[in-house]
Design a protein. Structure first.
Length: 121
């Protein structure tokens, strides 16, 4: 699996990107999960999810959000966001986004919703 490089957060966040950060933050808060995530597809639809940790199934929040988008017929992704306490977005999460949105930036935000890093294509 290719390594991904995270850059510093941009000074100004696009309003549509801010929306998916808010959705990701809400998903995390609502469930108390380790991570919350949201993606925006190329039609502008959004999908929010949280980490799934069951005895028989473990998925990152971004993997769930990507799966929801694909299951709804999304043909591509414009952007993704994950709210996490981790210092980086996991490779498995980035890989799920890249499978559907090769050029989609992956925003990493803290619990306050402040974007602290971006994984670019």
């Amino acid at each position: 699996m290719a390594e991904h490089v995270e850059s510093a957060a941009p000074q100004d966040i696009d309003p549509e990107d801010a929306k998916i950060v808010t959705l990701a933050r809400s998903a995390r808060a609502r469930t108390g999960a380790a991570e919350g995530a949201a993606v925006r597809d190329t039609d502008g639809r959004t999908y929010a999810a949280c980490t799934v940790e069951l005895p028989s199934l473990r998925l990152t929040a971004l993997q769930v959000a990507v799966a929801m988008a694909v299951a709804s017929g999304a043909e591509g992704l414009e952007a993704a966001a994950v709210v996490t306490d981790a210092d980086a977005v996991g490779a498995e999460s980035v890989a799920a986004v890249r499978d559907v949105g090769a050029k989609a930036p992956v925003l990493r935000a803290d619990a306050r919703g402040d974007v602290v890093g971006v994984v670019e294509a």
